[in-house]
Design a protein around this ligand. Structure first.
Ligand SMILES: [Zn+2]
Ligand SMILES: [Zn+2]
Length: 168
């Protein structure tokens, strides 16, 4: 039986009916093939499913373990972030953001896969204020300081920024 297909025929009988669901899922269960999520790490979903007059709402959290390299200092990042879930399923889809209920079943796979992939940052940072590597000597400026003069490079960047501002 596929744990990601949830039968809601009981819930649909009366608005307000609800149930809780906890799932531990491997990336393969969500059809995720993504090098930043280890194949053996499980994603944890804690879901509350409740029937409404016009559909079924799924709320809860999905914790997503991922690893990456800091864009500025190249340190490894190993972390788990938590996505907040608030999604609607409808038998007759009238809300354009709703997922369909097909044969009294919610298919959680697409919904959870999308949320998991959104947790992966476009450019990962080990921390928001990471100082990065010195562009001249390459030391990690989070750990050490140097006396390199990077003003030429910084000036070049500010010219580019100004140009961009003017073009926009
Ligand atoms: Zn960093
Ligand atoms: Zn330096």
């Amino acid at each position: 039986m596929n744990p990601l297909l949830v039968n809601v025929s009981e819930l649909l009988r009366r608005p307000g009916n609800d149930k809780d669901l906890k799932l531990a899922l491997l990336p393969i269960d969500l059809d995720i093939d993504e090098p930043r999520i280890n194949a053996i790490d499980s994603l944890q979903a804690a879901l509350h499913i409740q029937s409404l007059t016009d559909g079924v709402v799924v709320t809860g959290t999905l914790s997503v373990p991922w690893h990456d390299t800091c864009r500025r200092c190249l340190e490894d990042i190993d972390t788990t972030t938590v996505a907040v879930i608030h999604e609607l399923y409808q038998e007759h889809v009238t809300n354009e953001e709703a997922f369909p209920i097909v044969g009294y079943q919610l298919d959680l796979q697409t919904m959870l896969r999308q949320l998991a992939l959104l947790e992966l940052p476009l450019a990962a940072l080990c921390r928001p204020d990471c100082a990065g590597l010195c562009p001249t000597c390459g030391i990690d400026r989070n750990l050490e300081s140097c006396t390199c003069d990077n003003t030429v490079r910084d000036a070049r960047f500010s010219v580019l920024d100004e140009l961009k501002d003017r073009l926009n």
